[in-house]
Design a binder for this molecule. Structure first.
Ligand code: 2AM
Length: 486
């Protein structure tokens, strides 16, 4: 095949994300070959490429001709289900690849799988990248946020493509950067998803307080969120939330949101984030509370039963019948949401930093905030502030103590406490907002009651303790002393 007829890049795996990313790459002027195990999806993609402007995309039904249609060094992006399908696809493709060629996994893969595969590929003389892709269908088609990690050489081979296909943010550039070595791209994407869980939970709590305590209608909620989307909370998630409140039910009366079953699904990256937080001994209570909330949401039948038991037992929803000043409540909830969000991002960023230190990845937290400003689900104006905080001080121990964020929290803390207190007194759970506030209240205190826990540990387990006034490690026979006193 003459080199001018070869494609610049290949993409295997043509489900929603794969199809859209392939069309995006083709639209940016990079001839692309595509392949999928089930060939009907190949034909579907070729049809779409024709319809969407005769884009330079060619489909292949067999892996060999697919691989051979790509110019060397070959680069193939793979967007198949994480886990075993990735291994199977690598096997299918790699037999036709040659030294210096590269496979990029664009799925939500566990970072250690990427590291294992990178090693195995290296042994064959092949390069490997694990690339987080965020932005859903729309992002993949028109500009996602890309988080590539692994072989730097492989990254350099396709940097020109990635810079063009990624979301473009004015004054901030394309939403892609080389993340770091090994599985760092997947890890960062995983934490991004954990942060996304936190954001969605906090927004849901704001909705619950406004709806259940403030008695706001869906029309009012639509207006409130649309208004919030003009200020400090401006973000994709607030925008889509405003939209959701405006949609009428197509199968009956009222709004569709009220007909959606209150059970949240999940695919695993949030759980991984919380597991990693525990592994690394990093507190991430807001993200953990969002995961717990999804678990509890899944217990619909149990909750229906429990609601009946407590209603029959006399605990009715009367708690929610407090009279509140709507305007004040809306303003307070906005501030509580913003302050809670700062704490959630502080947790996510510290988790990434802890992993970066453990693995020697040398990740740049400010750069991550920058590439999340567009394309991805957590895109928000607020990320610019995070980037600036790390620009001011790359070694910032926590976003909470950046002078600007510290001031923002202090300015909002009265409203934040009012909302959380009101929710607690009304019997409305706000686990994310409460977790964020408790995180802040623990972090900002010079002294915690941990002295007592350490004393207990020394009492029953001789675990020793340190003193505030004398260096060293101490043990006390607490039991004997207590008995002597009697
Ligand atoms: P399919 O269309 O042939 O099912 C998301 O499910 C994507 O992963 C689809 O493109 C799907 O291909 C692909 N996929 C899932 N399991 C796979 C496997 N074992 N081998 C190759 N591709 C697979």
């Amino acid at each position: 095949m003459a080199s001018e007829t070869l494609s610049r890049i290949g993409l295997a795996g043509l489900a929603v994300m794969g199809q859209n990313l392939a069309l995006n790459i083709a639209e940016k002027g990079f001839p692309i070959s595509v392949y999928n195990r089930t060939t009907s999806k190949v034909d579907e993609t070729v049809e779409r490429a024709k319809k969407e402007g005769n884009l330079p995309l060619r489909g292949f039904h067999d892996p060999k001709s697919f691989v051979l249609s790509i110019q060397k060094p070959r680069v193939i992006i793979m967007l198949v289900k994480a886990g075993a399908p990735v291994d199977q696809t690598i096997k299918t493709l790699s037999v036709h690849l040659e030294k210096g060629d590269c496979i990029i996994d664009g799925g939500n893969e566990w970072y250690e799988n990427t590291e294992r595969r990178e090693k195995a590929m290296n042994d064959l003389g092949l390069l490997y990248l694990g690339m987080g892709v965020s932005g859903g269908e729309e992002g993949a088609r028109h500009g996602p946020s890309l988080m590539p990690g692994g072989s730097f050489e492989a990254y350099k081979n396709i940097e020109d493509i990635l810079l063009k296909v990624a979301a473009q943010v004015p004054d901030s550039g394309p939403c892609v950067t080389y993340i770091g070595k090994g599985g760092s791209g997947n890890f960062v994407k995983m934490v991004h998803n954990g942060i996304e869980y936190g954001d969605m939970q906090l927004i849901a709590e704001a909705y619950d307080v406004l709806k259940t305590v403030g008695k706001l209608s869906n029309e009012e909620l639509h207006q409130v969120f649309a208004e919030w989307n003009k200020g400090e909370l401006l973000s994709f998630l607030i925008e889509i939330t405003a939209d959701i409140f405006s949609i009428k039910d197509d199968k009956g009366q009222g709004h569709l949101v009220d007909k959606v079953l209150d059970k949240t699904g999940m695919k695993g990256t949030g759980k991984w984030t919380v597991q990693q937080a525990a592994e690394l001994s990093v507190a991430a209570p807001t993200i953990a509370s969002s995961l717990d909330s999804r678990f509890l949401s899944g217990l619909k039948d149990e909750r229906v039963n429990a609601a009946k038991i407590f209603r029959d037992g006399g605990l009715a929803d009367v708690l929610c019948d407090q009279v509140v000043d709507k305007k004040q409540l809306i303003d307070d909830v906005r501030q509580a949401l913003y302050a809670s969000k700062i704490c959630s991002y502080a947790q996510g960023m510290n988790l990434i930093r802890a992993k970066s230190i453990e693995k020697g990845w040398d990740l740049k937290l400010g750069e991550l905030a920058r590439i999340w400003k567009g394309g991805c689900i957590i895109r928000a104006i607020f990320l610019d502030r995070i980037k600036k905080a790390y620009d001011r001080n790359p070694d910032l121990a926590s976003l909470l103590i950046d002078p600007e964020f510290a001031k923002e929290i202090v300015d909002r803390q009265s409203a934040w406490r009012r909302v959380v207190s009101l929710a607690i007194n009304s019997g409305i759970s706000t686990p994310g907002m409460c977790a964020s506030l408790a995180y802040f209240d623990s972090y900002r205190r010079e002294s915690l009651p941990a002295n007592l826990v350490q004393a207990q540990r020394d009492y029953f387990g001789a675990h020793t303790y340190e003193r505030i006034d004398v260096e060293g490690s101490f043990h006390t026979e607490w039991f004997k002393l207590a008995k002597l006193k009697i």
